[in-house]
Write a protein that binds this ligand. Structure first.
Ligand SMILES: Cc1cc2nc3c(=O)[nH]c(=O)nc-3n(C[C@H](O)[C@H](O)[C@H](O)COP(=O)(O)OP(=O)(O)OC[C@H]3O[C@@H](n4cnc5c(N)ncnc54)[C@H](O)[C@@H]3O)c2cc1C
Length: 548
């Protein structure tokens, strides 16, 4: 008798899942940067963090996106509620983030290199999920701004820096820990915050009443928000709590709706109306922008670090896939053209990682070192512009390495791709960042010297870098006509910085390919156009997750 097979086919040539890995130990560029930039003392901590974020949090990231936050404007009786409900996976990510001090490490220790150690941890956590990084980053970044107002700092900083997670809306006095968001952007404009229309009127008890709206206010379940509003003296910074000291809700803070976003879907971004919302002054009236700028700069630092995390996640998936998938009789990782693509993606990821941790070191050193402070001012804007802008194309090309599988949600690549443009838009979109570099140069000419002193650390090591840096300096000869050239100039500055770091510190294969493709111009418009002579196989081997 003939028997009919009860299966239609065997599953062949599919790639094993990339899971339960150590995101630190399988990332040599990150390990080396941690040591180099002053975070070596945190090595063991990072090993533990790498193993942690490469395990269960990977699933939490998926779940938190599959079950996005839900806004409840009112309760069933019609009373205002203004609460956002999150999936347990979101809370698990948040709890782990604060317990690992992602939101506060440099504020909790005097250990030199704390920014670097935090940045390396963030590169691990950001590979599990990017969305929860938003309230983590804003809480981290709010602390330097709040410190300009000692009474508020005394009340809030110990809570914002506590390593416990308490998502309940309660008055500060009843909370051991708290989270902080920011609300600057309004309907009529986010870049030009001096055009804000929200009004603040002083009461006689130290509280101000805010009336207006904010068009983007992410993580609206935070306990506190730094807000910009107009006073008679101009744009002023305020601290607005969700719950007032007497335990009542700050009823004038009313959530209108949540944004239906391209990506970043685990995180809630709201529109909010202020109808006499109560807030306290931070800094001097009329000095709102300089007061909040320290918060803004720290969020920009995290945009760079978070982008390095996303790029690493993309490269890990692409190289892993290529190591296990065969076409035309050979593994993809043995097909010369695919090796070129993977190597090109890998040098972009390594350059982003090197800059992110170098920048973090500048934040460690800046308080006691004017040169580091000047470098930090310029390098933050330069790196935010360039690194973040490279992310969407990078994510797409990594996705394509997986072929059709990469276009399918379960691969994780669509999530990376949708997230990729955000860091470039948020906290200073591309043009605004490029113009910010020009502003920094005009106001702090010493920043130019500090920046190029860092480039010159590699002087003489590679003629391509020397020539590129000299030509970049020459771009500043015609200062009058800089504005329309701002993107061009800032991109070149970023490439100088990346080139200088890689020439000094990366393996020769990585530095050589970077200089040839990005500085000498011996490459095409797309990834995978590294010139002949690049040791692409060595680069790919360095960036392929070791888990086999
Ligand atoms: C997911 C998400 C979350 C966010 N969360 C928050 C939040 O929590 N709090 C908050 O305050 N904001 C938040 N934002 C807002 C964000 O910071 C702003 O969208 C951003 O700063 C740009 O402002 P805008 O959207 O008003 O664009 P605009 O200011 O209108 O700019 C539009 C474009 O014009 C360019 N541009 C602006 N000025 C110039 C110029 N002088 N020359 C040349 N080009 C120029 C910009 O680069 C940009 O490309 C969030 C945004 C997103 C997408």
């Amino acid at each position: 008798m003939l028997t009919t097979p009860n299966t239609t086919h065997e599953v062949l040539n599919q790639v094993p899942p990339l899971e339960n890995r150590n995101l630190f130990e399988d990332h040599p560029a990150l390990q080396e940067a941690l040591e180099r930039e002053g975070g070596g003392w945190a090595r063991e901590r990072l090993r533990a963090a790498g193993a942690f974020w490469g395990g269960e949090p990977m699933r939490w990231g998926v779940e938190a996106n599959e079950h996005p936050p839900v806004l409840h404007t009112h309760d069933r009786f019609g009373h205002r509620r203004d609460e956002v409900e999150f999936h347990p996976a979101w809370h698990a990510l948040m709890q782990a983030g604060v317990e690992q001090e992602l939101h506060a490490l440099p504020w909790r220790t005097d250990q030199p290199g704390a920014h670097v150690a935090r940045a390396a941890t963030y590169v691990c956590s950001g590979q599990a999920e990017a969305g929860f990084g938003c309230p983590i980053t804003m809480t981290f970044a709010a602390v330097p701004a709040l410190r300009t107002q000692p009474d508020l700092a005394a009340e809030w900083v110990p809570r914002l820096t506590a390593a416990t997670y308490d998502p309940e809306l309660k008055p500060a006095a009843e909370k051991a820990s708290a989270l902080c968001g920011m609300a600057m952007t309004e309907k009529q404009g986010g870049s030009d915050v001096r055009a804000n229309t929200t009004r603040a009127l002083a009461g006689d008890d130290g509280w101000w009443e805010l009336t207006g709206h904010k068009w983007f206010c992410s993580a609206p379940m935070c306990d506190l928000f730094l807000v910009l509003a107009q006073t008679d003296d101009g744009v002023t910074c305020f601290a607005l709590p969700r719950v007032l000291p007497d335990g009542s809700r700050n009823a004038g803070f009313q959530l209108q709706r949540l944004k239906d976003k391209l990506g970043n879907r685990s995180n809630a971004s709201s529109e909010v109306e202020f109808r006499g919302a109560l807030a306290r002054l931070v800094g001097e009236p009329g000095r709102g922008v300089p007061t909040i700028i320290e918060m803004v700069n720290h969020t920009r630092l995290d945009c760079v670090i978070g982008t390095a995390a996303g790029m690493r996640a993309a490269v890990a998936q692409a190289t892993w896939h290529a190591a296990h998938r065969s076409t035309f009789g050979k593994r993809l990782a043995e097909q010369p053209l695919m090796v070129n693509v993977l190597a090109d993606l890998a040098i972009e990821s390594e350059a982003a990682t090197a800059v992110a941790l170098r920048l973090a070191r500048a934040y460690d050193e800046a308080p006691g070192d004017p040169g580091a402070d000047a470098f930090k001012r310029l390098a933050t804007a330069v790196a935010k512009y360039h690194v973040c802008k490279r992310a969407p194309g990078h994510a797409f090309e990594a996705l394509e390495c997986l072929g059709g599988n990469g276009y399918v949600e379960a691969s994780g690549m669509p999530r990376l791709y949708r997230e990729a443009p955000l860091a470039s838009i948020w906290e200073g979109s591309g043009n605004v960042m490029a113009l910010d570099v020009l502003r920094a140069l005009a106001r702090s000419p010493e920043a130019f010297d500090a920046f190029f002193a860092e480039i010159d650390e590699a002087a003489g090591a590679d003629p391509r870098l020397d020539a590129f840096a000299a030509a970049t300096r020459a771009e500043f000869g015609d200062v009058e006509a800089l504005e329309p050239r701002a993107r061009r100039v800032v991109e070149r500055m970023a490439l100088c910085l990346q080139g200088s770091l890689l020439v000094r510190h990366a393996p020769p294969a990585v530095a050589d390919a970077f200089c040839a493709a990005r500085l000498e111009g011996d490459a095409g418009l797309h990834y995978g156009t590294l010139p002949p002579g690049a040791d692409a196989a060595a680069i790919v081997a360095r960036h392929t997750p070791a888990t086999a």
